[in-house]
Design a protein around this ligand. Structure first.
Ligand SMILES: N=c1c2ncn([C@@H]3O[C@H](COP(=O)(O)OP(=O)(O)OP(=O)(O)O)[C@@H](O)[C@H]3O)c2ncn1[C@@H]1O[C@H](COP(=O)(O)O)[C@@H](O)[C@H]1O
Length: 110
């Protein structure tokens, strides 16, 4: 796992013990899963919008990076709230490596 992802995962875990007044992450935990999911949905929408704009205006590229970072960050908060470590997602991606999406779909039970 990249260093930054690993460090962030640890920070998100530590924030479970912090006060909501002093930490944005703790304030999200305190508001609960529904609020975190609302943020994930909001950031996903903003990412899609930025990507669509970047298709016609290459100067919007930075906005895609910024919004995707917001989306990944809030997704990591969601995982932390559910006690799922990002390593589990990376392991799943590693498991799928080399497995063609077309073949995998064709092998699914009807
Ligand atoms: N990577 C991030 C990160 N990315 C985005 N954000 C915050 O996410 C929020 C999302 O922006 P919005 O404009 O949608 O938020 P908002 O309008 O305040 O939200 P609502 O009130 O509408 O829900 C902003 O407050 C950003 O500052 C982040 N906050 C924290 N981190 C990381 O998390 C660590 C712990 O943060 P704290 O818990 O705040 O110490 C930090 O050291 C960083 O490494």
């Amino acid at each position: 796992m990249s260093d930054i992802l690993s460090t962030l995962a640890k920070t998100l875990e530590d924030r479970k013990k912090a006060e909501p007044e002093t930490s944005y992450v703790s304030s999200l935990y305190a508001k609960g899963l529904d609020k975190i999911l609302e943020k994930v949905g909001e950031e996903a929408f903003e990412t899609v919008l930025a990507a669509k704009n970047a298709e016609v205006d290459t100067q919007q590229r930075e906005k895609v990076v910024y919004e995707t970072a917001d989306l990944w960050f809030h997704t990591l908060v969601m995982l932390a709230q559910l006690n799922i470590h990002p390593d589990e997602i990376l392991s799943e991606l590693a498991r799928r490596e080399g497995l063609s999406g077309i073949e995998e779909k064709a092998s699914r039970q009807p």
